[in-house]
Write a protein that binds this ligand. Structure first.
Ligand SMILES: Nc1ncnc2c1ncn2[C@@H]1O[C@H](COP(=O)(O)OP(=O)(O)O)[C@@H](O)[C@H]1O
Ligand SMILES: [Mg+2]
Length: 603
């Protein structure tokens, strides 16, 4: 080492630039945010070569006074806060006063601006933080900041830039985030002289449709909840569609795009029950709260936040989204089976005169694409299912087979059973047409929701006349001793009768017809997987889901019309009945119009 020295100003800025100005997209973000902070109502973005050649942002905001132009480029110069007190309640996007200085230290910047009061505009240029003269410029009110040749003076940094296509993709994403957060502002985005986006200020829904696609909005549940001064609004995609389309996870806090662990976790929890674990939830949500309750000064890029009461926010967000997604089968918009099975209109033979392709084409079959995960068990009688239903002491509605005349009244949106297909699907007729139900998936959800209710009290135990014993691993035996309380609470009576043998003497009453040993095994497996009892608490729902899977009616069991109708009625009365616990759909509607299209039948 060679003694301590104060770093030259330019180097300090360049070091800071490493934090704020990672790539062209970060320049773009900072510039657009400045325009928003300046109260712009229209922002025009022009990019060349993925922003590496040029990032230019023009706005019609309040402008910068001529004599302040050099200050805008100085480090730690800001018009947005004056004191620590201001920092605590900061409502602007920027406040650190270092973005422009950092950007200017690693590029060629020019700023032209005019305030409302000024008789004419002025401009300034800077190259590697070397400020030029302020000169007059002809322009309307507002500001244009142009950043050219990013990293022209820092070749080491330049090497980290990726291809034009990659940098452009990052820029577009940065643009999308800000444009989503500010639907009251009009935006245009042009890349290499080609228009990419033109967005009118037309409200959140229109903005989301324009940027995330119509399908996203169509398949989303609307979220709108508030508690005191905290509000959450936006869209959360229904689970059946979560796998389709790109994973969209947009979270905004007070108009700022954030990546926050507390919120992301709350969202995962909200989806946990209904989304297949391999799938990602998709959402675009806006949280607003008193700025004093959230610290945005955690990270230079300001994408991280810190909530003063993270626990309360977590709970609020989780419940708000859970509620939005927990629509019962009757509230949920019917899903077109043709759409789900990919027999979209485009693939169907056109209406009207038949084409050769249509005449000779192979018929579409509704075999679906999904492999059945459940083992087929041909032995169990239908009575099992009836007993299972009876076990929960719920009002039952027994229906006789229906005539066409009274099919699908509004009280019974899933209609009435007409047949069972291959021991797997229930076919029902409702007003719209045909309803297809995956019997196991649907019943699994019903059992699960009931278990949750039962667990809130204490799951009653059904003692077994003959204990079920099974050979267990040492760790399983240990888990029984260690997690006795949890097993009690879940309605199990299990104890070791030898170093490697467990006896099940009681199982949860709601599942009294399940295979006791297999059920106990599965639950012990989960308990071991999840570890300590605090983890168990948090994963209670997963345990209940495991139990529900064991308790639900298996495929290949024949059901009578009465039982099938009871299943339909229970689905209508059960929250989240549209998906099984693993996020698979439980039923589809095949409308008469769908059928007509399949048969090319003009109506
Ligand atoms: N588009 C703009 N319109 C009006 N003023 C601007 C604009 N861009 C920058 N400024 C001014 O330059 C200052 C410095 O900007 P910046 O370096 O991004 O810091 P910060 O946004 O954190 O204040 C801002 O505080 C603002 O006064
Ligand atoms: Mg700024």
């Amino acid at each position: 080492m060679s003694g301590i020295r104060v770093l030259p100003e330019l180097l300090v800025s360049q070091i800071a630039a490493g934090e704020v100005v990672e790539r062209p997209a970060s320049v773009l973000k900072e510039l657009i945010e400045n325009s928003i902070d300046a109260g712009a109502s229209a922002v025009t973005v022009t990019l060349d070569e993925g922003g590496m050649r040029r990032v230019q942002v023009e706005d019609d905001g309040e402008g910068i006074a001529r004599e302040e132009l050099p200050l805008a480029l100085a480090r730690h110069a800001t018009s947005k806060i004056r004191s620590l007190g201001d920092l605590e309640g900061v409502a602007t996007m920027g406040f650190r006063g270092e973005a422009l200085a950092s950007i200017a230290s690693v590029s060629r910047v020019s700023i032209a601006s005019r305030t409302r009061q000024a008789p004419h505009g002025a401009s300034i240029t800077a190259e590697g933080a070397q400020l030029g003269e302020v000169t007059p410029a002809a322009r309307a009110q507002g500001t244009t900041v142009s950043v050219a040749d990013l990293y022209f003076n820092t070749p080491a940094r330049r090497k980290f830039l990726r291809t034009e296509a990659t940098e452009w993709a990052h820029c577009e994403e940065a643009f999308r985030r800000i444009a989503l957060a500010h639907d009251g502002v009009g935006f245009t985005l042009t890349h290499n002289a080609r228009a990419a986006h033109r967005l009118q200020p037309a409200g959140r829904r229109a903005r989301v449709e324009a940027l995330l696609g119509d399908a996203f909005v169509q398949h989303a549940a609307q979220v709108d909840a508030d508690a005191g001064d905290v509000r959450l609004a936006g869209f959360a995609v229904r689970p059946a569609y979560a796998a389709e389309g790109p994973v969209t996870q947009h979270l905004f806090v007070n108009g700022r795009y954030v990546r926050d662990r507390v919120l992301a976790h709350a969202l995962r929890e909200a989806y946990r029950d209904i989304l297949h674990h391999e799938r990602q939830p998709a959402y675009a949500l806006w949280l607003s709260l008193d700025p004093r309750r959230v610290d945005v000064n955690v990270h230079p890029q300001k994408t991280e936040v810190r909530f003063r009461d993270a626990g309360a926010i977590h709970q609020f967000v989780r419940h708000a989204v859970e509620r939005a997604l927990a629509t019962t089968a009757s509230e949920q918009p019917a899903v077109s089976a043709a759409e789900r099975l990919g027999i979209a209109a485009a693939q169907l033979p056109p209406r009207g005169p038949r084409t050769d392709a249509a005449r000779h084409g192979t018929p579409h079959t509704f075999t679906g694409g999904e492999q059945r995960a459940m083992p087929l068990d041909a032995e169990e009688p239908a009575a099992f299912y009836r007993r299972l239903f009876g076990a929960m002491d719920r009002p039952r509605v027994d229906m006789a087979p229906v005539s066409v005349a009274d099919e699908g009244s509004d009280a019974h949106p899933l209609g009435f059973a007409i047949a069972q297909l291959h021991g797997i699907y229930v076919l029902a007729q409702n007003r719209a047409g045909l309803v297809l139900v995956d019997m196991h998936a649907a019943h699994e959800r019903i059992v699960y929701e009931r278990l949750k209710v039962a667990f809130a009290e204490r799951v009653p135990v059904q003692p077994l006349l003959v204990p079920a014993t099974f050979a267990a691993e040492a760790l399983e035996v240990a888990a029984v001793a260690e997690h006795g309380e949890t097993l009690d609470a879940l309605g199990f009576d299990v104890s070791p009768i030898g170093p490697a043998t467990l006896a099940v003497r009681g199982i949860p009453a709601p599942l009294k017809d399940a295979d006791a040993a297999a059920l106990a095994r599965a639950v012990l497996h989960d308990i071991r997987e999840f570890g300590g009892s605090r983890a168990l608490d948090a994963r209670r729902d997963e345990l209940l889901a495991t139990m529900a899977c064991h308790g639900a009616v298996r495929a290949n069991r024949s059901l009578g019309v009465v039982e099938m109708n009871a299943l339909l009625r229970d689905m209508e009365a059960t929250e989240r009945a549209g998906q099984c616990n693993h996020g698979r759909p439980t039923w589809f509607q095949l409308t008469l119009a769908d059928l007509d299209r399949l048969f090319m039948r003009g109506r």
